[in-house]
Design a protein around this ligand. Structure first.
Ligand code: IVH
Length: 690
């Protein structure tokens, strides 16, 4: 019976278990087993709807019997109320760090020293990836996760128990059948997968929050939250690689220790290798470095550990690091090169960004010839100038950046960099807002015009298929497009004169332009590219005002009365609509035949019934057969619902199409209703009257 694997030892209390409690315990152990199969083993055994059914039953029983809710219940991964500060935890044993080696000669010397001290001529090593995350200590009593902490200074760390509980791959309860020790302290690494990191940053940017610089910072920022409900929404994972303390005899080797941890339900390094010689260690290092970018997470080297525990004990430790293990790091992804010139690029909203053109240099296998300098303050802080020697850094697949200047004795430097007074593209005056400078040329600036048209034509705005970056650049450069409205006056001849266009492609583009003439208000507002007005705010405005005229007529006080609209957004809207050239473009778009579809207004119309999906939020995952994501989104929005890219406890439904992604799993653990495509269609086509 597989179920027994995750069953409890015995009931700890003296009362006879009631049928409800028995059912509850069985459900919890079943769900735990399926979580393990899904998140740790990556081999689910039941369908999503079966899982969903189990989870819902558990939620319902716990709702009816709140006294039976335990901290190790699978429902408790959603986070706890926020804390005032993180408490302190003394570690069971000091959490050591590792000596870092980069030079292969030093690794050979390490091997020599180990053999000399052990008086051996051969011994086994275990190699594992060095995960680039944060080290944590996890403590289990009687198979239950009771406490977890960050490394801190190695002796005392921060109590992040509630936050760790939200990590799905972290076992809250160990399988009794495999006899985990009564008391167990385990060390592991918490990190974020690269794709999850990018998705998180996109969500942060959409909300106007500052994105994280790299997955490591994102993991640290997420784990050290006072509000574990925020952590619950962050896609953290954990991998465990060391038993720090346990009751009973610890395994005789590191290799067996990893197997034991695996049997107790912990995720362990899948890439581990038992290496009988130091040459094998070198090979593991080489192979892992070669395949580094194919891994879904960041690693910055490998860890080499003497396998046998008795040898480890014999070798002992220094003050802060063991003498039986080392980190063998990869060549840094930082290289030295020269700045050829600092130029300024102009973005869609007119922001000027300093950009360093570099003498091309290979950093971690990729040739880099430009690096962002973010803004003028950063250039000043790093004091980099034309001709300077600098270190460039590539953190994962994040845009390369200048890490620091490398001073060269006796060098003659050029003058400090200053932002131009006039836009390098159109010559308009440059204005300043805090650390940011921007071109005041708006649509008269070709750089801004190209960006504005790209945005307007993009999938999420007017969705003009075939009107991409390259085509737009040609159309602007040839003077065929001078504002957004010109799109609707393009002739077949003009299109045919562009590189890469023939009869058929020109027809397709003209058809796509024609199709885009019917557009819902929210997409139109978003497409205008008003600063601070992303998709979410555009939807709110459309719902609140219903028509474009009403939005354009709203004064500041009226805008500010809307919950999510603060002073910056309202100021941006006011200045956009007050600008005569913007009003002119809107008039010309309407003259060209654009039909801006009114949106049913929220609540305010007392007489009209509330929209059937008002207050409901949807998340889509996987591919749909009968309609595109955009069509699905439009259907939801017309009925008053919202669509978001990420699952949270506020999500009402997750629609799972073919090959759903991690969002489905996330939704399941939060107990969110999951719909098939058919169920979704039934809902939007025949909405319930509630
Ligand atoms: S073993 C006594 N193994 O690297 C052994 N550490 O200073 C201690 N790390 O802070 C650590 N992956 O957070 C070990 N597979 C791995 C690791 C690993 C990442 C981190 C750990 C530590 C740092 C080295």
């Amino acid at each position: 019976m597989q179920h027994d694997l995750f069953d409890q030892n015995t009931s700890s209390g003296s009362e006879t278990p009631s049928p409800v409690k028995e059912r509850l315990d069985r459900l919890k152990s079943e769900i735990r087993r399926h979580d393990y199969l899904y998140y740790v083993k990556d081999k689910p055994e039941i369908s999503d709807s079966e899982y969903d059914r189990l989870f819902r039953e558990l939620v319902e029983i716990e709702r009816a019997h709140p006294e039976l809710v335990t901290p190790d219940s699978p429902t408790q991964r959603v986070g706890a109320p926020p804390l005032d500060e993180l408490g302190k935890v003394s570690h069971e044993r000091p959490m050591l760090s590792l000596d870092s080696l980069v030079d292969p000669q030093d690794v050979l010397a390490f091997d020599q020293r180990v053999k000399r001290e052990l008086k051996l001529d051969r011994l086994d090593y275990v190699t594992e990836p060095k995960f680039d995350g944060l080290s944590v200590e996890l403590v289990y009593e009687d198979g239950r996760f009771v406490r977890g902490s960050t490394r801190g200074d190695g002796t005392v760390g921060e109590d992040v128990t509630a936050n760790l509980r939200t990590i799905r791959s972290l076992p809250l309860r160990l399988p009794a059948e495999n006899h985990p020790p009564d008391h167990l302290a385990v060390r592991g690494e918490v990190y974020m997968r690269r794709d999850d990191f990018h998705a998180l940053n996109r969500r942060m940017a959409e909300r106007g929050d500052e994105p994280f610089a790299n997955p490591r910072n994102a993991a640290a920022g997420s784990l050290r939250q006072l509000d574990s409900r925020i952590t619950a929404e962050r896609p953290l994972v954990v991998t465990c690689y060391e038993v720090m303390a346990m009751t009973g005899e610890p395994p005789a080797s590191h290799w067996e220790e990893l197997d034991a941890l695996t049997a107790w339900g912990f995720p362990t390094p899948a890439l581990r290798r038992l290496c009988p010689t130091i040459t094998d260690v070198m090979a593991f290092h080489r192979e892992t470095e070669q395949h580094r970018d194919e891994l879904p997470y960041e690693i910055d080297g490998i860890v080499v550990k003497v396998n046998r525990r008795e040898f480890q004990t014999h070798l002992g430790m220094k003050s802060r690091s063991p003498r039986w293990a080392v980190a063998y790091k990869f060549a840094p992804r930082k290289e030295i090169t020269k700045i050829h010139k600092i130029i300024v690029s102009v973005g869609r909203t007119g922001t000027l960004t300093p950009l360093a053109l570099l003498n091309p240099v290979e950093v971690g296998g990729v040739t880099i010839s430009r690096a962002t300098l973010h803004n003028a303050d950063e250039v000043a802080r790093k004091d980099v100038r034309d001709g300077d020697t600098v270190k460039v850094e590539r953190a994962g697949d994040v845009i390369p950046a200048i890490a620091e200047r490398v001073p060269i004795p006796g060098e003659v430097r050029s003058a400090p960099f200053t932002m131009p007074d006039h836009c390098p593209v159109c010559g308009s005056t440059v204005a300043r807002e805090g650390a940011y400078y921007y071109c005041t040329g708006h649509a008269t600036c070709p750089a801004q015009l190209k960006g504005a048209i790209e945005h307007f034509a993009s999938k999420t705005a007017l969705n003009i298929e075939g009107l991409g970056k390259k085509t737009i650049a040609q159309l602007v450069d040839r003077g065929f497009l001078r504002d957004l409205a010109d799109i609707y006056h393009l002739s077949r001849e003009q299109i045919l004169s562009l590189d890469g266009f023939a009869d058929r492609s020109a027809t397709l583009l003209l058809e796509a332009i024609e199709r885009s003439k019917r557009v819902p208000l929210d997409r139109f507002l978003y497409g205008l590219g008003i600063r601070q007005v992303g998709r979410h705010i555009a939807t709110i405005l459309a719902r609140e005002f219903g028509s474009l005229e009403a939005v354009m007529q709203a004064d500041e006080a009226r805008l500010r009365a809307i919950k999510e609209i603060g002073p910056e957004i309202s100021a941006s809207l006011m200045s956009y609509f007050q600008e005569p050239s913007n009003r002119l473009v809107i008039d010309r778009l309407i003259e060209a035949g654009l039909i801006i579809e009114q949106v049913e207004r929220a609540q305010s119309h007392k007489k009209s019934a509330p929209l059937p999906l008002a207050g409901k939020s949807f998340v889509f995952t996987g591919g749909l057969n009968t309609l595109s994501r955009h069509e699905a989104q439009t259907l939801v929005e017309r009925l008053g619902g919202t669509v978001s890219s990420a699952v949270s406890s506020k999500t009402s439904y997750v629609v799972a199409g073919a090959e759903p992604g991690s969002k489905l799993a996330h939704a399941k653990t939060l107990g969110i209703s999951i719909l098939t495509e058919q169920e979704f269609l039934a809902l939007v086509r025949q909405p319930p009257s509630s």
